[in-house]
Design a protein around this ligand. Structure first.
Ligand code: ADP
Ligand code: ZN
Length: 814
């Protein structure tokens, strides 16, 4: 029999019998299809053993899906431990870690029964039925395929099923693992193009434009051409008919290996950090090391050297980045050093591409995996180093299903492999900095920028004072100081980044008369106006409505826009500096594949003067030409109902400031805020992480928040308010019962463990579901977790439409 982990919300594994035919294949780590209730599910075999007495009563495996294990024993152990830790059922964790798109999909199909075969052989059926039987003679087909025989055949099919000449069977789709290919547009020889431009194309300007581009650029992948020239496909077809180009299907070229970057001589601080990492690697032991270096201090260079050494030792490495689309430069630098030995895994890959990379890693062709958090599941059995860049980034937390934190899984993998885990950042998360403080990890410090470049000067502008100077109702976007600085930067030929963490034209539609703001009717949060589409959009559920003509609160007053978004900011800058080359980068403009990378490449190459954007522009890019960074509204995130709000704000502002002055000219940063004295803003001005850390730790300590306490977030959601709330109440009572006996020992209430709520979640309604939350908080980790486990156990027994999520390490709490 085998134990199988199934993707169901049950904290258990399931036993199945191994039929004789599958005895050779049913080994741990392979995926199988099994019956489960009335359904069929795909799971992973966790273990196999013999227990003859029980086996007969078990249901049997239906099929073994993988020709070899896709999860190693060590990986399964790690996943199960991590799942237990975040109160996630083991099957969900294992399912999250299996490679994509490689499992044959089962769907219903139709096949001849023995009776049907006989009828066909005898030629007994009438003509319409015979066509159906003949279509099935070579094997089963899907219902859909049979429908193509026409309506009469469909009718005949019903009769055939009733008479049991045809029966339903399960069809296996072969996995779609077709190697990815790209279509490349190959232009004809230059003279032919020139002749065409002078002749027949003179009166076809749109085709001519494309030909001129191809004459310069040479072969171009079709998707790239389409990005650049919307609707290029038709033109490509027309030009192919003229014989001016042809389209070829090719295996995708591996990105070119850039000319090997010259390796700079390391600074003494870099040398020391590298030596520490390599010493651990050589001793083949686990240790977590915090590489705490200001922006531009050469952390990446340390990773690159350490990676090279580990590869020389014949070991493999894992490099984690927050969001790969935004960490293009790190990937480019890795590519420049390691070329083909790199496998890049990210969510933007199509399943086939992702699987191809997975196989290269598995086969040992590529010893380095780089990717966002899901790269943690890369099949590397001989790990010698794990690097986690921008360790503090919130996207390292998985928010759905298996709610792991990449930090935790990275440490588990490094520990299992016996290798160092290097976490690099300029602004360590409080958890990590605290771990270093209490000696759980070593801190390696790079206190200076490379080449003695100064950190940029940060000026704080008080928006309250600035606003007082404006007439009532006028909106404040750019303060005088920021306008002047922007003008000066552009006049000197420098580049600027304006950073506003909020997308859309304005946060909400707000009435000047009654103060009414338009909200999403499903989610109870403010709708955002998008000027391009002229619509209001909900950023949680994507619900849209046209903007109202009149205020829907007071019925009369005109609706006015208040607050600003990136679009409005872009417009303002265009008005002020009509000559400047301006681009905007946010989730809206970046939703198209490759768009963000191109905008950032334009900035790096000096093709842009001003980049306006959300936090996407604040991440670890290196733009030597950027001299000014303006933070338009620093305190936007400060008042969110989340205990990490100050930490997020400090990190974001420091990162944003870090974009300035990385080249030879010194950088300047202007931060606009309504709360200039808040410690999260004041310390950014001084580039003073340590002071921020101490102030923030004092706050956390006073309130028992992590890392000086444990906080468990329980979210209860359902379509019916009362039912949902009553589940929330029941769970709260359950937690109190678990904690009570000990509370009594301590004469009454225990001040060290609190149960907050249930109350409405900050977003009280989302996608038509009412949301309540319950917080368990306290300094006694064991007891808080015991209460959380009790809730997780109790949760599945509630009404079916009420969902309970228990997150013992919440990162976002909205
Ligand atoms: P970080 O990752 O800390 O932001 P980087 O590694 O990107 O810093 O280094 C910043 C810049 O300095 C990069 O352009 C990098 O190529 C360069 N650099 C790094 N180390 C050195 C060095 N030892 N000597 C000269 N230049 C260096
Ligand atoms: Zn909504």
């Amino acid at each position: 029999m085998v134990e199988v982990a199934l993707p169901v919300p049950v904290h258990a594994l399931f036993d199945y019998r191994v039929p004789l035919a599958l005895a050779a294949d049913a080994e741990p780590g392979r995926r199988v299809r099994v019956p489960f209730g009335t359904r069929r599910l795909v799971g992973v075999i966790v273990s196999r053993r013999s227990e003859p007495g029980r086996e007969r009563s078990l249901r049997a495996l239906e099929r073994v899906l993988d020709p070899e294990p896709v999860l190693s024993a060590s990986m399964m152990r790690i996943l199960r431990d991590a799942a237990e830790d975040v109160l996630c059922p083991p099957g969900l964790a294992l399912a999250a870690a299996t490679p994509p798109g490689s499992v044959p999909r089962a769907r219903a199909g139709l096949a001849l029964t023995p009776l049907g075969r006989e009828a066909l052989a005898r030629g007994a059926a009438e003509p319409r039925s015979r066509r159906v039987l003949e279509a099935l003679a070579d094997g089963p087909r899907s219902r859909h395929a049979l429908r193509r025989l026409g309506p009469q055949a469909t009718r005949a099919l019903r009769t055939l099923e009733r008479e049991r000449l045809v029966a339903t069977v399960t069809l296996e789709d072969q996995p779609r693992t077709r190697a990815p290919s790209v279509r490349v547009v190959v232009p004809a020889a230059r003279p032919a193009l020139q002749a065409a431009l002078a002749g027949p194309l003179a009166r076809a300007p749109r085709q001519a434009e494309l030909v001129r581009h191809l004459a310069d650029a040479g072969e171009t992948p079709l998707p790239a051409l389409r990005e650049r020239f919307p609707g290029a496909t038709a033109r490509v077809r027309a030009l192919a008919e003229r014989g001016l180009l042809r389209v070829e299907e090719r295996a995708p070229a591996r990105p070119p290996v850039a000319p090997a970057e010259a390796e700079p001589r390391l600074t003494p601080e870099q040398e020391a950090a590298l030596a520490a990492v390599l010493e651990v690697a050589e001793q083949r032991r686990f240790e977590a090391l915090l590489l705490h270096g200001v922006t531009g201090s050469g952390k990446t260079e340390v990773y690159l050297r350490a990676l090279a050494r580990v590869l020389e030792q014949g070991r493999q490495a894992l490099v984690l980045v927050p969001e790969i689309g935004l960490t293009h430069q790190l990937v480019a630098r890795l590519r420049a050093r390691f070329g083909d030995r790199l496998a890049v895994l990210h969510s933007g890959l199509r399943p086939g591409e992702r699987l191809a990379e997975w196989r290269r890693l598995r086969a040992g062709e590529a010893p380095i995996a780089v990717g966002a958090r899901s790269a943690l599941f890369a099949p590397l059995e001989n790990l010698g180093l794990v690097v986690m860049d921008e360790e503090h980034d919130a996207s390292y937390k998985n928010q759905e299903g298996f709610r792991y934190h990449a930090r935790d899984l990275a440490a588990r993998r490094a520990r299992a492999a016996g290798c160092p885990l290097v976490m690099g950042t300029a602004t360590p998360s409080l958890e990590t900095r605290f771990a270093a403080e209490r000696g759980a990890m070593r801190r390696l410090v790079l206190p200076h920028r490379i080449g003695g470049r100064p950190l940029p000067a940060v000026e704080i502008v008080d928006l309250a004072a600035e606003r007082a100077l404006l007439p009532r109702g006028r909106k404040l976007v750019l303060s005088r100081a920021l306008r002047v600085a922007l003008g000066a930067t552009l006049a000197e030929g420098g580049q600027a980044i304006l950073f506003l963490n909020r997308r859309g034209f304005s946060t909400r539609i707000f009435c000047f008369d009654c103060g009414h703001a338009e909200r999403c009717k499903h989610c109870d949060i403010s709708l955002v106006f998008h000027a391009t589409e002229q619509e209001l959009r909900c950023h949680y559920c994507d619900f849209t409505v046209p903007p109202p003509e009149l205020c829907s609160g007071c019925g009369a007053g005109p609706t006015a826009l208040l607050g600003i978004g990136t679009e409005r900011l872009e417009e303002e800058v265009r008005t002020l500096f009509p000559e400047a080359r301006i681009a905007r980068l946010d989730r809206d403009t970046a939703s198209r594949r490759g768009r963000a990378e191109r905008t950032l490449a334009d900035l790096a190459a000096g093709r842009l003067d001003v980049l306006v954007g959300t936090q996407m522009v604040a991440l670890g890019h290196d733009f030597p030409g950027v001299r000014l960074v303006g933070v338009v509204a620093a305190d936007l995130g400060l008042h969110l109902p989340d205990f990490r709000a100050a930490e997020r704000t400090f990190q974001l502002l420091t990162q944003a400031a870090g974009r300035a002055g990385r080249g030879h000219a010194p950088g300047r940063v202007i931060v606009q805020t309504f709360v200039p004295d808040h410690y999260a803003i004041r310390t950014v001005r001084e580039h003073d992480y340590e002071t921020f850390y101490r102030e923030e730790m004092a706050q956390r300590g006073a309130l028992g928040y992590p890392p000086l306490g444990t906080l468990v977030h329980v979210l209860i959601s359902g379509p019916d308010v009362e039912r949902t709330e009553s589940v929330a109440r029941r769970l709260a009572d359950q937690a109190r019962r678990v904690l009570e006996p000990e509370a009594k020992d301590q004469a009454g209430a225990s001040p060290d463990v609190e149960i907050l709520g249930p109350g409405p979640a900050p977003i009280a309604r989302l996608r038509d579901r009412h949301r309540f939350q319950l917080l368990l908080k306290g300094r006694d980790d064991t007891r808080v977790r015991a209460a959380a486990r009790a809730i997780a156990r109790e949760a599945p027994s509630g009404p079916r439409d009420v969902r309970v999520q228990v997150d013992p390490n919440p990162v976002h709490m909205l």
